[in-house]
Design a protein around this ligand. Structure first.
Ligand code: GDP
Length: 367
């Protein structure tokens, strides 16, 4: 009999022929009791991140089956990268199943963040992207914040049925599931240590009770995620690992800020004023004159203006510029996966540049 073997970490089909493809293990590892693919092995033991070339389309094919079954869908996004970590075509495949939006990594936001406003923005943004969600929960899979509420909601909405957890890579889906299972059943590290036979289609099945299970689906890589274009080192540097400290810049019109070499903010027109930057504390922000900004970038990208570092320069896309006229309300200019800059609401014209396919957006200020 030729049964498929699935990775106990991520659920991908195990194969022994191609090192560069998902699911690779050396043939000698097949005799182990627990088989995990090379990627999961590295994640577990060295905390390395490796891209798995799942595309949106592969994922959708896999997940299409959810629309034919009944169950609750938990969609996990990264609070810091709402647009980048949002799987856009999900709504076509979820059938009539209820969806809860879980925004993870809330521990990174400054304490002064208006949580209700953030929830509201997320619910509305999801709807704008075609996905109607029952409710939004802000959690930290690291600290456990928000878990009591989300656990209650899961029980209430699943009505005795299965739970499907979906999300883009790196949103913290595994950490979330591990904590959820630990808090509900006392099982530690449910995902990487689980013995539960995987189902078809790359889902990992974790029993919730005699009849129902939680399914972990493979993480999708979105081209709108800035991490898609960066090396592991760069990703480390741009990912906040503790609460973000706001940095305030007094700017004159005609001045530019570079966020490392990943994004650019030009103050084009308006009165001198302050701009508040919310990015990982480890990203350097450089101030320069607008008229010199272009040549600075050409000369110093990958050097002074880093990340991207030298090694990931050739996979890093050109910056694309968008112009905004703001007046009246305090507004955030959002750089997906990086952070945001808050404008006071005085009349200004600014332009903001971000890597191609990782577009900048604006929203009412959260702080
Ligand atoms: P997955 O790819 O979606 O399964 O994500 P992981 O669970 O592997 O987590 C990805 C990264 O995000 C890891 O570096 C985690 O430590 C980090 N992470 C996960 N949850 C949280 C959280 O609640 N807060 C913070 N600050 N980081 C988190």
């Amino acid at each position: 009999e030729n049964e498929e073997t699935l990775c106990q970490g991520c659920g991908v089909n195990i194969q022994t022929t191609d090192k560069t493809q998902p699911g690779f293990v050396p043939a000698s590892a097949l005799k182990n009791d627990i088989i995990i693919c090379q990627r999961c092995f590295r994640l577990k033991h060295y905390n390395e991140v490796h891209d798995v070339p799942y595309t949106d389309a592969d994922f959708l094919e896999m997940i299409g089956r959810i629309s034919q079954t009944k169950g609750l869908i938990l969609k996990i996004v990264d609070v810091f990268d709402f647009n980048g970590s949002f799987i856009k075509s999900l709504h076509r495949l979820t059938g009539n199943n209820p969806i809860l939006l879980v925004a993870n990594k809330v521990d990174l936001l400054p304490k002064s963040t208006n949580i209700n406003k953030l929830k509201h923005w997320m619910k509305k943004s999801a709807a704008d992207l075609g996905l109607v969600v029952q409710d939004v929960y802000l959690v930290s899979a690291n600290s456990g914040r928000g878990f009591d509420e989300v656990k209650k909601a899961i029980e209430a909405y699943r009505k005795g049925q299965d739970v499907y957890v979906v999300g883009a890579t790196n949103v913290g889906k595994s950490t979330f599931i591990n904590r959820l299972i630990d808090e509900t059943s006392g099982t530690k590290d449910a995902i990487t240590t689980s013995y539960f036979p995987g189902t078809t289609l790359g889902f990992i099945e974790i029993p919730l009770d005699d009849k129902t299970a939680l399914y972990d689906t493979p993480g999708v890589i979105n081209r709108g995620q800035i991490t898609h274009y960066l090396s592991n080192e760069d990703i480390k540097q741009i990912t906040p690992n503790k609460e973000i400290k706001p940095r305030v810049y007094q700017l004159q019109p005609g001045q530019t800020l570079y966020i490392g070499g990943l994004a650019r903010f030009d103050f084009v027109k308006g009165e001198k004023q302050s701009f508040v930057c919310y990015f990982a504390n480890s990203i350097e922000i450089h101030r320069t004159k607008l008229e010199n900004a272009e040549s600075l970038y050409e000369k110093h990208l990958g050097g002074l203006l880093t990340p991207p570092n030298e090694a990931s320069l050739d996979q890093f896309p050109a910056l694309q510029e968008k112009s905004f006229k703001i007046s009246g309300n305090k507004t955030d200019i959002v750089f997906p996966g990086l952070g945001w800059i808050t404008l006071s609401g005085e009349s200004v014209t600014i332009s903001a540049s971000s890597p191609y396919e990782v577009p900048v957006s604006k929203r009412d200020a959260l702080i």
